[in-house]
Design a protein around this ligand. Structure first.
Ligand code: PHB
Length: 415
C-alpha cells in the first residue's frame, strides 16, 4: 500500500559513487533531490571493488571537497607489464604527464557518503525501487519499498538511473529505441585479499603461458591479487597453497620475481563483461555509470567512467535548470549522451583490448598466443606504444573538457 507521495526536483536511483557524486553537486547548487539506494550503507562499504583512480577522477573528488585521497591514497607514476618472464615499466607520468591513484572504491564511497551525510543530503538507504512510473513524461517517478515494508511514491522533474549493472531504470528504455552492445568473455578473475607485505611498489599486469595475473596493493599488511580463471570456478574449492602456487607460476621468470606469501583472507570470482546501452535518455530519465555501461576490470575504468558521466550530466543539467525545465527545453538533455559516449567507447575499447592482449584464450592456437605476446612486446618496446597505453590508462585528460565553443551557463536557481 502506498503510504506517502512526495515530490522533489531530481530523484536519483542508486547511492553508489555515481549517485552520491551527483547528490553532492546538486546540494552545492541548491537543487532539491532524493537518493534511493536498495542496499545498506554497510553492505556497500564492505564490497571490494577495483582501486585505481585516474588523475581526472582525483580532481573531480578534490574539487568536490574530498581530499582524503591525496593524504591516504598512493600515487602511482607507472605500471608494470610483465610477459615472457620480464617486466616492462610504463612510465605513466613521463609519457602522459599524469599519474593514477591507488584508492579503493570503498574509500571513495566512504568519502562521498560521509560528505553527503555532513551536508544533510537526503540519502535513503535500504530503499528498494520496485517500479519506474511514467519514465517518458515530464513528471516521472518511482515506487519504492523501505526496510519496514512500507511502499512509497516519489515524483520528480528528472529521474537519474545510477542503479548499477542490474539497473531497474534501464528497462524503461523503450524496446524500439534501445540498442544494446555487449561482449562476453570466456574467462574471469579469481580475486584475493592476502595478509602479506607488498611484493611490488606498482601494479604488475602479467601475461604468462598459464594465464593472466595482476599484483595490486592495499595497505602495509594486506594486498589485492588476481589471476585469470574459469567463470564457473568455485573459490571455496581452493586452498591457500593452491592459490599461491597458481599466482607464483604466473609471475615467475628468469629474473626470479616472487610474491611474498601470507594467509588468504578473502576470495571471490569476478565475472567479465563489456556492455553499453544507448540512448542514455528516455524523456526525463537519464542513465549514468554502470546502469549505462559495464567494463571488464582490466583497465580499472568502471568507477572512473561513472564519475566522468556524472560530471558531464551535472554540467548538462545545470544548463537545463538554467533555461527552465519546460518540456520544450528537454532536447538539451541529449547533449549528455552525445558528450559522455566518446569517453565510454574509448574506455570500452581500452578495457576490451587490454583484456584480449593479456589473457590466455581457451582454445587459442599457439600462433594466436604468440601474436598476443608479440603485440605486447611491440607496444612495450616502442615509445609511441607505451604512450598510447599511458594515455588510456590515465584517462585521456582532454575528454572531460567541454566541447569547443561551449560557454559556462548560469548556475541553477534553488527550486
Ligand atoms: C585493484 O586494485 O583492485 C585493481 C587494480 C587495477 C585493476 C583492477 C583492479 O585493473
Amino acid at each position: 500500500m502506498t503510504t506517502t507521495a512526495e515530490r522533489t526536483r531530481v530523484a536519483i536511483v542508486g547511492g553508489g559513487p555515481a549517485g552520491l557524486l551527483l547528490s553532492i553537486l546538486l546540494t552545492r547548487d541548491g537543487v532539491d533531490h532524493v537518493v534511493l539506494e536498495s542496499r545498506s550503507h554497510d553492505e556497500i562499504e564492505h564490497t571490494h571493488r577495483a582501486g585505481i583512480l585516474e588523475a581526472g577522477s582525483v580532481k573531480v573528488l578534490t574539487d568536490a571537497g574530498l581530499d582524503r585521497v591525496l593524504r591516504e591514497g598512493d600515487r602511482h607514476d607507472g605500471i608494470d607489464l610483465r610477459f615472457g618472464g620480464e617486466t616492462h615499466r610504463i612510465d605513466l607520468a613521463g609519457l602522459a604527464g599524469r599519474s593514477v591513484w591507488l584508492y579503493p572504491q570503498t574509500e571513495v564511497f566512504k568519502d562521498l557518503a560521509g560528505h553527503a551525510r555532513g551536508t544533510g543530503a537526503d540519502v535513503r538507504w535500504e530503499a528498494q525501487v520496485t517500479e519506474i512510473l511514467d519514465a517518458g513524461t515530464t513528471l516521472p517517478g518511482v515506487r519504492y519499498r523501505t526496510a519496514d515494508g512500507a511502499t512509497h511514491e516519489l515524483r520528480a522533474d528528472l529521474l537519474v538511473g545510477a542503479d548499477g549493472s542490474r539497473s531497474v531504470c534501464r528497462h524503461t528504455l523503450p524496446e524500439d529505441v534501445r540498442r544494446s552492445f555487449s561482449h562476453e568473455y570466456p574467462y574471469a578473475w579469481f580475486g584475493v585479499i592476502v595478509e602479506a607485505p607488498r611484493s611490488a611498489s606498482e601494479l604488475v599486469y602479467t601475461a604468462s603461458e598459464h594465464g593472466f595475473a595482476l599484483v595490486s596493493q592495499r595497505t602495509e599488511t594486506h594486498q589485492r591479487l588476481y589471476f585469470q580463471c574459469d567463470p564457473v570456478e568455485d573459490p571455496a574449492a581452493w586452498t591457500d597453497e593452491q592459490i599461491w602456487a597458481e599466482l607464483q607460476r604466473r609471475v615467475a621468470g628468469p629474473d626470479g620475481f616472487r610474491l611474498t606469501e601470507g594467509p588468504v583472507r578473502e576470495k571471490t570470482v569476478l565475472r567479465f563483461r563489456s556492455a553499453v546501452v544507448e540512448p542514455v535518455r528516455h524523456g526525463r530519465m537519464l542513465l549514468a555509470g554502470d546502469a549505462a555501461h559495464t567494463v571488464p576490470p582490466t583497465g580499472a575504468k568502471g568507477l572512473n567512467l561513472a564519475l566522468a558521466d556524472v560530471v558531464v550530466l551535472h554540467d548538462v543539467l545545470s544548463g537545463w535548470f538554467a533555461r527552465g525545465t519546460t518540456a520544450g527545453a528537454d532536447d538539451v538533455l541529449d547533449e549528455y549522451g552525445r558528450r559522455a559516449s566518446r569517453r565510454v567507447w574509448r574506455a570500452q575499447h581500452f578495457s576490451a583490448w587490454m583484456s584480449r592482449m593479456l589473457h590466455s584464450h581457451p582454445g587459442e592456437s599457439g600462433f594466436e598466443a604468440r601474436c598476443r605476446i608479440a603485440e605486447l612486446r611491440a607496444l612495450a618496446e616502442s615509445e609511441a606504444g607505451r604512450r598510447f597505453i599511458a594515455e588510456g590508462y590515465t584517462g585521456w585528460g582532454e575528454i572531460l573538457a567541454r566541447p569547443a565553443g561551449a560557454t559556462r551557463r548560469r548556475p541553477p536557481q534553488r527550486g
